[in-house]
Write a protein that binds this ligand. Sequence first.
Ligand code: RUQ
Ligand code: CUA
Ligand code: CA
Length: 639
Amino acid sequence: MSDENKDNKPTESPEGLPANAGRRRFLVGSAVVGAAGMAGVAGVGTLTRSEPAQSASEGDGPDIHVAPGELDEYYGFWSGGHSGEVRIYGVPSMREIMRIPVFNHCSASGWGMTNESKRVLGDSHRFTNGDAHHPHVSYTDGSHDGRYLFINDKANTRVARIRLDVFKTDKIVTVPNAQAIHGLRLQKAPRTGYVFANAEYMIPQPNDGRDLDDPSKYFTLWNAIDGDTMEVKWQVMVDGNLDNMDTDYTGKYAAATCYNSEGGVDLASKMRADRDWVVVFSIERIEQAVADGNYTTIGDSDVPVVDGRKSSDLNVTRYVPVPKNPHGLNTSTDGKYFIAAGKLSPTATMIEIARLDALFAGELSDARDVVAAEPELGLGPLHTTYDGRGNAYTTVFIDSQIVKWNMDAAVRNYNGEDVDYIIQKLDVQYQPGHNHATLAESKDADGKYLFSLNKFSKDRYLPVGPLHPENDQMIDISGDEMKVVHDTPTFAEPHDAVIIRRDQITTKQVWERDDPFFAETVARAKADGINLETDNQVIRDGNQVRVYMTSVAPNFGMPEFTVKQGDEVTVTITNMDKVEDLTHGFCVVGHGVSMEISPQQTSSITFTADKPGVHWYYCNWFCHALHMEMTGRMLVEPA
Ligand code: RUQ
Ligand code: CUA
Ligand code: CA
């Protein structure tokens, strides 16, 4: 990084224009021209590489170098967007440590192929895609407790849970009566508890074809899932749609942004109203309505559905008008505010949580009375994060900046005091969506690093053709001034991240033999009279053949087994190696069969032996000096 750019001054472009200003002017210009404001995004594609690469500030920040052999300070969980997975980074090194397949299918681990993963995926196993946006780690009393990570699937309306002791997805639920789960947040206190999920799109209810084109029949649902059982507990009907959401630090309230109060089905109608709203949910009142039997059900689902529309007299929701088409909603870590980012408005709306009791009690004449301030931040505010020192950091997409501002000063300014609340505006590269600071979704926010999840990387990396990576930038926020200290290219497409301290997670480095993850497979073996830890045996049951074997490096328990053409073969392997990191694999050539078997794990996979002849199987995780020799033959007798 060149010294002359230490202060993040714009570099000169060949035309003598500051590159930064030129780029911003371009984006702002097209944004204004674009009918939808945010349509300026489309213009990004026309920027060419002739603009000089922008240098970010760097210098005397913290030492982010993590030496070989040293461990990182934080776990970072990144959503993989429409790759459908979750990725684990070490922070601050930004070394990618692991990927967890969730909604996608994985060639390496066999996720989506093994019987254990198919049980987790359930009926939705037929989908091989997902769109994972919002990863969040479970809480006890407002602090992360490292039990689970939950994440939404917008593409197929699912919510998944990942066990953080083994870093495997263990439950996936499809939310009924809903289309596209987007915003997802967890109950923070007393514990998780509820997993709340916004359904984004409005659909006719029931959506069985009787009302296709009558938008007045459309509505969407706010959903509560029990984080312990992963059952959908109840749903709340709302007006408009739902985008992002967050919860408070008491367990009493949640709030979600709505960008389509108009109930429009095309872009122009979704932009028509000057104001949309933040929908505030009273969790107690919803629970009471369910307990009192004040609910309906939809279609063939038996989940209680409580009416939280404006017209309802159940009073389980309140609609707070905010400037049109808001997006992110993030609770300040002091527990005081729900902060909704304006997106089409250059403002953020601070809703004071302490005033919500009065709002629900009907003591306020105007729902806007809960607004504590509405600071102006820049063009295209999308998401906000916190440093635990009273400052908020908001991404402004069109301006391509992170805006650091003081919450208390914003409130004083709103109340007429002549005080400036903007502390710093930092250019990022380019077009940030979410941002996220260390521990900033918990009361333990420590204000050390902030990540700007930028939607465009443009010229920051070696060119790799028309499809570019995203660019996730690490910013040091420990001092008075924000500084970009690292760029990380990421593949399609992290939306959000959560970063927690490494001591908040305790993992098992070797599976326990009685782990519920493979309990069903173990039960099946038991029914077949098999001791998985010692037996190597083939059981025939009509045309179903169950092959049981162990693996101990560098051998499979069976160097060959024989089946008949057309048999449905289930191979179950128990890895009897106990050494940490000694994972085996099982791959049958030409059969689309591959799986991971980590130490002490039992894995199984089912396929049809449809081709007569010799078919080699081999271990595909390098396990031993004789790993290449860890093979066997499946002998298929012709039918
Ligand atoms: S959303 S870029 Cu899917 Cu979290 Cu805001
Ligand atoms: Cu076992 Cu490679
Ligand atoms: Ca709107």
